[in-house]
Design a protein around this ligand. Structure first.
Ligand code: PRP
Length: 211
């Protein structure tokens, strides 16, 4: 039997997908409390799960270290990995948005300072609008940037909007809706097609039931 290697994003989304796969019969082994193991293998050897930093899932899949994985559309748009996008899981739903202080007014005679973890998405968005920008690449706590006048706006993920609200910022424009996607390595899709499709169909069914 060919084992399907699945990269799961560490965190709530990954746990949800693991539970869905377990319910669909792709049993995962018992995990202990505070389990630090990064690899879990099903007793029947049909699947092996890896816990990966969410932004790294696409790299594991693109390079074939994992056959399939669960990645946010934000990561796929930002890094354009050479993988197949098989399924929109309809979970992990949020949006990529431009946000700023409430009283922010765009002065188009000046270069716009944009703080973000997603420089490619932000650049493509403003290029389309023909707006001159200066990208300030940060790795987290993006909301601080406009507050400290490090940037004029931010381009970031907005889910509930609470982080923006609690920092006196507000969403100004939506760039693109985001959700979790099932992605596959191109060679695995060919050579483990039957196994990959079984996982895909199972996830598709589970997601439809949960909607
Ligand atoms: C994301 C994003 C916002 C927050 C938005 O951060 O960067 O800070 O979630 O969620 P909300 O609209 O529900 O408040 P994440 O939790 O992924 O952490 P990170 O900044 O470390 O990536």
């Amino acid at each position: 039997m060919k084992t399907v290697n699945i990269a799961l994003p560490k965190g709530r989304l990954g746990e949800k997908v693991l539970k869905m796969l377990d319910d669909a019969g792709f049993s995962c082994p018992e995990t202990k409390e505070n389990d630090r193991r990064l690899i879990l293998e099903s007793a029947d050897g049909s699947v092996r799960y890896f816990w990966v930093k969410p932004s790294d899932v696409a790299i594991y899949v693109e390079r074939g270290a994992a056959d399939i994985g669960i990645a946010g559309k934000d990561i796929l748009l930002e890094y354009s990995p050479d993988v197949y996008e098989l399924l929109d899981l309809g979970i992990g739903v949020c949006r990529m948005a431009v946000a700023a202080k409430k009283d922010f007014r765009d002065r188009t005679d000046k270069t716009l300072r944009v703080a973000t973890k997603f420089p490619h998405i932000a650049t493509a968005y403003y290029e389309k609008k023909g707006r001159d920008i200066d990208i300030i690449k940060l790795n987290g706590s993006i909301e601080l940037a406009p507050i400290l006048d490090l940037s004029d706006v931010i381009v970031d993920i907005v889910e509930t909007g609470t982080t923006l609200k609690e920092n006196d910022l507000e969403p100004k424009e939506t760039i693109v809706p985001i959700s979790a996607r099932l992605v596959a390595n191109k060679a695995s899709f060919k050579f483990k097609n039957e196994q990959v499709k079984r996982v895909m169909d199972a996830l598709s069914k589970q997601c439809a039931e949960k909607r």
